[in-house]
Design a protein around this ligand. Structure first.
Ligand code: NAP
Length: 412
């Protein structure tokens, strides 16, 4: 393995019955300060780039099948560009993909100098272009541009990659200004998913209500904040915690970003919840028209029971690994419409809308109207050991986490 030679630094970072313990919203916090961290990138001799990637050869339990693989990338030419990753999150879908239970499969390849095909884990992230071929230049790309992945399966848990323009979407300089790598690296999946689900299934007007579970997830937090921006009201369901102080803290956190009501899944399934929901929605005169479900199981069925006639119920995840059970009466007498949503498929059909959705959210971030989802930064330096990185991936398999794991690349 050739040693790394560092180049000069580049600039890159309501009333509520006491029994239910529900809470009302508070004002939104002031803008999150945006910080740029100077980072250094490394280029090795003769234009070859040394790279490391978290890869797997077979599907399975992530800690068992992942390993850190080193390889080199030849100089960028023609339609190729060399990317240096800045930030890549660990999303539930990434874990499902490694387990082999995600519909979108990664690219297994021998192009990373291995005898047998391997795949690089990770689907989302932001990278900087550090070298590019003439054809890439002619398509309006330049060194220093930031790009996000065009779709799933590229492999983002890596320090560097070789890519074509078809693999990426460029973040325009004006859109990217004042945005941190973590913000850019986590914007293309979760906020987009929340945005489209609030917009594309029912025409919600100011003052209309929606209800969601998984409300403290990246998608859930995005839905709360976007809904607030658009004058919508939200009932947000979180999982109950054994530690009631932490549960209360989490409720307050979601109220502070714009949630109108926050309840636990236990409270959702308690007696009297329908009367309670009527109180929140002006005696039931403001219907609950949309439900967003990423959990399933009994708590999801309880959520559907609060919907008005003709409402829409969108399932986009399966965190509890339980089936979704729908009472026939909900279909026959209430005509609730059940849908599924997958942002990858949507983006494939609507590439331009995907770009404008991302830009809309970037705009809100800049105006201080969209707070980052809490993250646990996982520093990935050139010297970071594979076992440490894989240990962090293993941690994300446990629930009740306080932040999404994000690889933040330093001196790579
Ligand atoms: N269909 C799509 O296009 C699309 C796009 C993006 C995301 N998703 C899906 O949306 C969901 C959230 O993704 P994310 O990246 O926003 O998540 P995230 O920020 O990583 O948060 C994970 C969420 O899942 C909850 N959770 C974990 N284990 C659970 C369990 N056993 N039962 C119930 N809830 C559980 C967590 O609640 P606790 O804090 O209580 O653990 C937390 O709210 C995932 O299912 C993901 O696959 C789908």
């Amino acid at each position: 393995m050739a040693s790394k030679i560092l180049s000069p630094a580049s600039t890159l970072s309501r009333p509520v019955r006491a029994s239910l313990q529900c809470l009302r919203r508070q004002p939104i916090y002031p803008p999150t300060p945006v910080q740029h961290q100077p980072q250094r990138r490394s280029i090795s001799a003769y234009g070859y780039e040394q790279a490391k990637a978290l890869t797997f050869t077979d599907y399975g339990d992530p800690p068992s099948v992942l390993s850190l693989h080193s390889h080199s990338i030849s100089p960028a030419h023609g339609n190729l560009m060399t990317l240096r990753f800045l930030a890549s999150p660990i999303n539930p879908a990434d874990i499902n993909q490694i387990q082999g239970v995600y519909p979108s499969k990664p690219r297994f390849t021998t192009s990373l100098s291995t005898a047998s095909p391997i795949a690089v884990a990770g689907n989302e992230g932001v990278a900087e272009i550090i070298a590019l071929g003439d054809k890439v230049k002619s398509e309006g790309f330049k060194r220093g541009d930031w790009v996000v992945m065009n779709g799933p399966g590229f492999g983002t848990w890596r320090t560097h990659a070789s890519a074509t323009t078809a693999d990426v979407v460029k973040l325009e300089d004006s859109a990217r200004e004042g945005i941190t790598p973590i913000q850019a690296g986590t914007i293309s999946i979760n906020p987009c998913t929340a945005y489209r689900m609030l917009k594309d299934f029912v025409d919600l007007k100011e003052g209309d209500w929606f209800i969601q579970n998984g409300a403290n997830s990246g998608v859930g937090r995005a839905a709360i904040q976007l809904g607030k921006q658009w004058g919508l009201k939200s009932i947000n369901v979180i999982r109950a915690r054994d530690d009631k102080a932490k549960e209360e803290q989490l409720k307050q956190d979601l109220l502070s970003i714009g949630a109108d009501v926050v309840i636990t899944d236990t409270e959702l399934q308690s007696q009297g919840i329908r009367d309670q929901a009527k109180e929140w929605t002006s005696g039931g005169r403001s219907p609950i028209l949309l439900a967003l479900n990423c959990v399933n199981g009994k708590a999801a069925t309880a959520m559907a029971k609060l919907l008005s006639s003709d409402a829409h119920f969108v399932t986009y995840g399966a965190m509890s690994k339980q089936p979704l059970t729908i009472p026939a009466s909900m279909l026959i007498f209430k005509d609730v419409h059940f849908h599924g949503f997958w942002v990858s498929k949507w983006a494939e059909k609507h590439p331009e809308a995907k770009k404008s959705t991302v830009e809309d959210v970037l705009g809100l971030i800049k105006k201080g109207k969209f707070r980052d989802t809490p993250v646990e930064e996982i520093a990935w330096e050139w010297e970071t050991k594979g076992e440490d990185l894989i240990g962090k991936v293993k941690d994300t398999l446990e629930g009740y986490r306080e932040g999404k794991g994000v690889f933040v690349f330093g001196k790579t």
